[in-house]
Design a protein around this ligand. Structure first.
Ligand code: NBP
Length: 479
């Protein structure tokens, strides 16, 4: 055996990851794939990589030095289970199986239990950054045992993206922690994209800006607090002209957003954990709404605001642009805070010791939500590792304080103009909900007690109480 690391599954992600591994000093990379042709093509196209090619899992295992370390990059779901079963047949205790696919974290927990029962290490590793990331440096979110990370860590560190001299990888936590954090990363990505979309929509429909003018605004925003990969590519997309029609590309693309499911996983998990990830949920729902072509067609003639204010004269356009920038930033802070709330709750529920500052650190490069902004999150958690919410850390508190008047104006303008801003308004409602002294939840408890004797607690006394609603309406202890 000559290879210190192997890759199973040589579609685009696996091929690029294998090439990335092979390009690093000290690595010899074994490769295999269910269909032989993919092995042949990769080896033929990249002789410089010095791949050790195998055409069976048994040969693949034999080509690896011990402890054998293999990264699976096949379709998530049944294909991943099939490859894990095959590897378990030929691997030995102490070897390491890494699943780099987009697995649901509960699948990873199940697989880890099954594989580790054989004495083989199983590491679910979130990999972010798409094809380019896999080739040039992804953000890596491995779970599994610390023992497995001791062997795997240096290999992952060698291929990860680098931000400010540090590789974008950390041992996130045990079993499914890595895939859980990758899932939340994707949920945050949905929210961030939706918020940017809403900002664009306001610039376009309320201010009447052209896509090129919007592109200039986003490019300008990319030099400030909002600086991020997503803002950067937004400007690029908006500036792009369709060759066939000469129109802005954004005007010829069908406005139905696709989704592969990780956003809805994040929301479902948030619901299970009782964490209000409303920004992420609104982003997922906004994509669903955009794709409901039948319902949209049926509703196309529903009335809007009395005087159709789309494109109506705005008193101070420059101020509205600045207001939208501030509203976007504040809403983004809320969306990220919600994502980190979900990580906090997930860690408690699953017994993971997740360093949230480290999570923000490894998202600073290699992944879609990479941004300067993440430094501020890392610092917030470094300053206070027990931080209850990002919203009260000084830098974000200041940002929310500075933004809130603008944020309210933007949501008001959008509502008046009939431009949907589910992300901005959900974020603002989340903010106002959290800062409210009293919430109508007290009334809801009263209603629940009325129809279902669900009981309530009192502000002035300990204990659990019930009012005899259908009797004399006196209060009884329900302890
Ligand atoms: P695909 O998700 O398209 O999967 C194709 C690979 O799975 C091929 O190697 C195929 O082998 C193999 N495969 C299948 Br399908 N069924 C199999 C089975 N029963 N046994 C063995 N192998 C099987 O590849 P991809 O787009 O490169 O993605 C790989 C993983 O990375 C996925 O989990 C995906 O979700 C994830 N991903 C992540 C990102 C990201 O940004 N992090 C981006 C894209 C994908 P064959 O050649 O014989 O058909």
């Amino acid at each position: 055996p000559t290879a210190n690391i192997g890759v199973v599954g040589l579609a685009v992600m696996g091929s690029n990851l294998a090439r990335n591994l092979a390009s690093r000093e000290g690595n010899t990379v074994a490769v295999t794939n269910r269909t032989d042709a993919k092995v042949d093509r990769l080896v033929a196209d990249h002789p410089e990589a010095g791949f050790v090619a195998s055409y069976s899992i048994a040969d693949f295992a034999a080509s690896l030095t011990t402890p054998r370390t293999a990264i699976i990059m096949v379709q998530a779901g049944a294909a991943t289970d099939a490859v894990i079963d095959e590897l378990c047949e030929v691997f030995e205790p102490g070897d390491i199986i890494v699943d780099g696919g987009n697995a649901l974290f509960t699948d990873t927990i199940r697989r880890e239990a099954k594989v580790s029962a054989l004495g083989i290490n199983f590491v679910g590793c979130g990999i972010s950054g798409g094809e380019e990331g896999a080739l040039h440096g992804p953000s890596l979110m491995p779970g599994g045992t610390p023992e497995a990370y001791a062997t795997l860590g240096p290999i992952l560190e060698s291929i990860a993206a680098v931000a400010q001299g540090e590789p974008c990888v950390t041992h996130v936590g045990t079993d499914g922690a890595g895939h859980f954090v990758k899932m939340v990363h994707n949920g945050i990505e949905y929210a961030d994209m939706q918020l940017i979309g809403e900002a664009y929509d306001l610039l376009r429909r309320v201010l009447g800006h052209t896509p090129a003018q919007c592109a200039d605004i986003f490019a300008e925003w990319n030099t400030g607090d909002l600086e991020s990969y997503l803002i950067e590519i937004t400007a690029e997309v908006l500036r792009h002209t369709d060759a066939a029609t000469g129109k802005p590309l954004v005007d010829v693309v069908v406005d139905a957003a696709g989704a592969k499911g990780t956003g809805s996983w994040t929301v479902k998990s948030g619901l299970d954990l009782g964490v209000p990830v409303s920004g992420i949920a609104e982003a997922v729902f906004a994509r669903s709404l955009s794709s409901q072509s039948d319902v949209r067609a049926a509703c196309a003639d529903l009335p809007g605001p009395a005087a159709d204010s789309e494109g109506a004269a705005v008193e101070d356009p420059a101020r509205l642009v600045e207001d939208v920038r501030l509203a976007l930033y504040a809403s983004k802070v809320i969306a990220y805070a919600q994502g980190f709330d979900e990580i906090t709750a997930g860690a408690v529920a699953h017994g993971w010791d997740i360093d949230r500052g480290e999570v923000a650190r490894i998202w600073r490069a290699g992944c879609i939500i990479r941004a300067q902004f993440l430094d501020r999150i890392t610092e917030a958690y470094r300053d206070d590792p027990q931080l209850v919410t990002l919203l009260t850390s000084p830098v974000f508190l200041q940002a929310l304080t500075d933004a809130q008047d603008a944020w309210r104006r933007v949501v008001s303008v959008a509502v008046a103009a009939g431009v949907p801003v589910p992300g901005f308004s959900a974020a603002l409602a989340h903010y106002d909900g959290l800062r409210s002294d009293r919430l109508p939840a007290a009334l809801i408890q009263g209603q629940r007690d009325f129809f279902g004797a669900h009981t309530y607690r009192r502000t002035d006394r300990d204990g659990v109480f019930h009012t005899l609603w259908s009797g004399d309406r006196s209060e009884v202890s329900a302890d």
